[in-house]
Design a protein around this ligand. Sequence first.
Ligand SMILES: [Zn+2]
Length: 213
Amino acid sequence: MYYEKLTHIFKKMKLQEQFPNISLDEFDKFIRKQLVYNDKYISPYKFALEQSVTVNDSVKFFMYFTGDEGIFDIVSYAECSKPSCFNSRIYFDINNVDEQIFCEECGKIYSFDTIKRHIKILFKLKESITIPDKAQRISRRDPNSAYEALRELHPNLKKQSPPSLSNAPTCDGGEKREAGIDLEVVLEISTETGMPVISAVEKFKNKIQSLAG
Ligand SMILES: [Zn+2]
């Protein structure tokens, strides 16, 4: 299902035309690499860095693969404003924002209206998506690459050669914490023509509109 979904969305949405600098094969490699290092969330920031594309384009690309038809789910969080809870993420489900959103560390309760400007979004591989052990070659952008040839012989090769990016120190003293994308950025991108309708994003939009009205 994983490769079927990737190729289906890529072709259907004509992503090669829209993102000429991004290959589906690189996207697949990137996702696999993140998972090898046990990253729970797949970061558009890191992908942008690796592919030398703008963060905006990277987020857009990710959004095409998000939602019911895609491979990613959206996870949302805000950070508690109390200085003693610095770095304390409050994860919440947009379906339950009418109930209380509270910090588990200090117990402070927030209303959606208060935190809406500070909400951040992470992309997480859907529970239902299993990535096959053996990588498939999706596009043949670089058929002469020695790496490609080796990869076909040894699908697990990449596990033995860690990429430099993952060795970089993180800001959190070693703990892996992917930086979220501002909800405002995601909402803005979602209104561009051709962008897929993602139900979680629509719910955020509606919720914010209902509070404004
Ligand atoms: Zn707190």
